[in-house]
Design a binder for this molecule. Structure first.
Ligand code: F6P
Length: 337
């Protein structure tokens, strides 16, 4: 990803003088690059003379009044750190009328004029409801490893998660080949097969199983038996967590083929670690744009990137979206196997 000159041309065209302080929070599952986004928001806001309050543990911190002042120095040395310095949580209380009301009262008490919310579709829904019911304006940034948000080609953290999974799968492949085994590798993605598909392509896996598409186990097992008869000794099969359990799939394969099959669940390791360059740059661009939007009076928006250009949509439209190239990925994988 390159940093486009056009981003600079989107600088604030007029200042919204009513905005003096913004709040920032991270919500839902953390993703690598959230810290880079926090840094960008804080420093852009400071550049324009705005104050920033960080809210700890997402919407929970709004309700519990867990606010900390953030300045230029508070975000030093975090651009390369995984996780989120603000911590994050999933909040059931924020779904209640009482929770929304308390959160709004706390923001008014701290004179916070607008919020930047970094998270996934649930966090976006929360921000939209917060505006509709309590009149608190927000701008959303896509922070999730799942890459399943409408209005953006990439979410912050997704590329890092893919690289992390690939690193592990490459290692498993070494032992799979040496021990002549079949391996089923479970990656994250409860409702989205995006990580699984990218990882399967990048790792040269033979098969991928995702929630978006019905999978034919019979076909796979017949192919494995046929391949084995011709001398093929190892297979890598990637499964998204939402499509089934790796343990069950491994057992099915052993039963249907008679070949030794093991499984690995990568789990939360994919959520951590140093963000890759793409995620740092994306987070930094989007963080600055969020402040620009607030200052330009463009509130209740979600900011993303489409074809490497900044893309802004209404927060109310920023729902979950399904990856539209599942069939193409399958075709590619099957062709190369
Ligand atoms: O943040 C997205 C995600 O990592 C999904 O891929 C996964 O299904 C889910 O969060 C796991 O959530 P938790 O950390 O609450 O178990």
């Amino acid at each position: 990803m390159i940093f486009l000159a056009s981003d600079f041309s989107r600088q604030v065209s007029f200042y919204n003088m009513a905005i003096k302080k913004i709040g920032i929070l991270t919500s839902g599952g953390d993703s690598p690059g959230m810290n880079a986004a926090i840094r960008s928001v804080v420093r852009t806001a400071n550049f324009y003379g705005l104050k920033v309050d960080g809210i700890v543990r997402g919407y929970e911190g709004l309700i519990d009044e867990d606010f900390i002042a953030l300045g230029h120095r508070s975000v030093s040395g975090i651009i390369n750190r995984g996780g989120t310095i603000l911590k994050t949580a999933r909040s059931d209380r924020f779904r209640t009328e009482e929770g929304l009301k308390t959160a709004a009262e706390n923001l008014r008490k701290h004179k916070v004029d607008a919020l930047v919310v970094i998270g996934g579709d649930g966090s976006y829904r929360g921000a939209n409801e917060f505006f509709e019911k309590q009149g608190i304006p927000s701008v959303g940034l896509p922070g999730t490893i799942d890459n399943d948000l409408y209005g953006t080609d990439q979410t912050i953290g997704c590329q890092t998660a893919i690289n992390t999974a690939l690193e592990s799968i490459d290692k498993v492949r070494d032992t799979a080949h040496s021990m002549e085994r079949i391996y089923v590798i479970e990656v994250m993605g409860n409702r989205s097969g995006y990580i699984a598909l990218q990882v399967a392509i990048g790792a040269g896996a033979e098969e991928v199983i995702v929630p978006e598409q019905k999978f034919n186990y019979d076909r796979m097992c017949k192919n494995i038996v046929a391949g084995n008869k011709k001398g093929k000794v190892s297979w890598m099969i990637v499964i998204a967590e939402g499509a089934g359990k790796a343990a069950t799939v491994a057992e099915t394969i052993t039963t249907m083929t008679g070949l030794e099959t093991r499984y690995v669940v990568l789990g939360h390791v994919q959520r951590g670690g140093t963000p890759v360059g793409l995620d740092r740059v994306l987070a930094t661009r989007l963080g600055a744009e969020a402040v620009n939007l607030i200052l330009a009076g463009q509130i209740n928006k979600a900011v993303g990137v489409m074809q490497n250009e900044i893309n802004v949509i209404d927060l109310k439209d920023a729902r979950r979206s399904e990856f539209t190239h599942v069939a193409d990925c399958y075709k590619l994988i099957n062709m190369l196997t």
